[in-house]
Design a binder for this molecule. Structure first.
Ligand code: CMC
Length: 427
């Protein structure tokens, strides 16, 4: 059987053979389908890209029906259990697990770039005392482009490599500085003797002690959360990174755009929304009443549902296990009982079953973050730190892909034509 699709245009009676490659037809192959020579040709209409592959990618694989997530072919469960965040970031970026020498060099390069220019402190201080840390992060990531004008040489491989190190290394520092500003606390400089996660905790929480020593359980929990959030193929923020980067903007500007996309409550802002929802529910007994509301279209059950997963999000399963380890140390977050009851009732309810709505990564992550002592405004920031490696990997893949061009979708124009201008006094 040939790998082709036969399409008959009933307007003209003509039949076309469209090649099928990797389970897709090329949207541009539709363009030949015309009613006459003046016709522009057929386009594909796909608002929100629900059934459009925008690229070929070798980074992350998701089987949403079966709840599978792999980075470069390695199951997320194995990476969460056995890898470190920096090793996983290397894997995502370079396509293979590093040798010891590669890992040492990579760790050195990231550690070496954790400091930020002193002027960044000045403009962070310019933000209002109660500025949302994610807003500050978006702004300061974008501002990095002014410190590294060499970053605009996006076609230069060496420059891309340097910006990769800088971005992965500096985003945690910016994130921690934003947090300290928001709390009115002095900034803490990076401690390069600590691990990636340990250093981040030190920059957040170090007080008067001369050396901050992270609790190994908390350090590990943050690391697992970082691994789980490192990449997730063509999600809203990865798509923003690729789209903005496709105009050959520097990677700091593109990463700021990606972080801005992540900020939204339907993407990285969802875990903050989950906590607001759990607090509003307030008690296990009120769960059925709220589930009824969500089914009636009054709000959404935040942390449930996913564009790709039509099964339990594998990351949510791992987070649930990590939560138990954290709660052994910090004491149980009372919101967990409400969340467990919400999950139980929703998973038995026909509305959620029919629509294949399951807990996603955000359902339990906020509960752990809160138990770890993070205020809710930090939740999207905690997502952005590890996702930076994914964004950069997506950007690098896009820049070096000969099939990619500036991202520029088409539209269906819906208003009239050739209207005569009416002066304002006669409207
Ligand atoms: N609660 C109640 N109903 C829902 C929910 C929900 N959380 N999610 C989807 N639905 C319903 C929706 O109303 C629709 O019903 P109907 O067919 O009767 O109109 C159906 O399920 C399909 O929903 P959709 O909006 O077409 O699905 P989507 O693929 O466009 O949206 C989503 C995916 C994640 C935006 C959505 O499920 C949602 O808003 N979830 C809550 C927010 C959330 O948890 N976001 C985090 C996503 S995971 C982390 C990340 O990627 O950042």
């Amino acid at each position: 059987m040939p790998d082709t699709l036969s399409v008959t245009d009933n307007r003209t009676g003509k039949t076309y053979e469209l090649p099928i490659t990797d389970g897709t037809v090329r949207a541009m192959d539709l363009r030949q389908i015309k009613t006459d020579a003046d016709d522009f040709g057929l386009m594909a209409y796909d608002p929100a890209f629900t059934n459009t592959a925008s690229c070929r990618s070798a980074i992350t694989y998701i089987d949403g029906e079966r709840g599978i997530l792999e980075y470069r072919g390695y199951p997320i469960e194995q990476l969460a259990e056995q890898s470190t965040y920096l090793e996983t970031a290397f894997l995502i970026l370079y396509g293979h697990l590093p040798t010891q020498a590669e890992l040492d060099a990579w760790t050195h390069n990231i550690t070496y770039h954790t400091f930020v220019h002193e002027n960044i402190k000045k403009f962070l201080e310019g933000f209002r005392y109660d500025a949302h840390p994610m807003g500050m992060l978006v702004g300061t990531i974008g501002a990095l482009s002014t410190f590294y004008p060499d970053a605009r040489h996006v076609l230069d491989e060496e420059s891309r490599e340097l910006q990769t190190w800088r971005l992965i290394a500096k985003v945690p520092t910016l994130a921690a500085f934003a947090y300290r500003h928001n709390r009115g606390m002095p900034f803490v400089y990076p401690d390069n003797d600590l691990s990636f996660a340990g250093n981040f905790l030190s920059m957040l929480w170090k007080m008067s002690e001369s050396k901050y020593t992270p609790d190994p359980v908390l350090e590990r929990a943050i690391q697992v959360l970082f691994i789980l959030h490192a990449d997730h193929e063509q999600n809203c923020s990865a798509n923003a990174m690729r789209a903005v980067g496709s105009s050959r903007s520097d990677p700091y500007s593109a990463t700021a755009a990606a972080a801005a996309a992540l900020y939204g409550p339907l993407h990285g802002g969802a875990n903050e929304e989950v906590l607001h929802m759990l607090m509003e529910i307030g008690h296990k007994e009120r769960v059925p009443e709220f589930v009824k509301k969500f089914k009636g279209g009054e709000g959404r059950l935040m942390g449930f549902g996913h564009r790709v997963y039509k099964n339990y999000d594998p990351r949510a399963k791992i987070i649930k296990r990590t939560a138990d380890e954290v709660f052994d140390l910090t004491g149980r977050n009372p919101l967990l009982d409400i969340a467990l009851e919400l999950e139980r009732i929703a998973l038995e309810d026909d509305y959620f079953i029919e629509r294949k709505l399951y807990p996603n990564v955000d359902f339990y992550s906020g509960i752990i973050y809160q138990a770890l002592g993070f205020p809710m405004e930090m939740f999207p920031v905690l997502f952005a730190i590890p996702r930076t490696s994914g964004w950069v990997a997506q950007w690098r893949e896009m820049i070096t892909d000969p099939e990619q061009k500036i991202a520029r979708p088409r539209q269906i124009y819906t208003d009239g034509h050739k209207k005569d201008y009416v002066p304002i006094g006669r409207r």
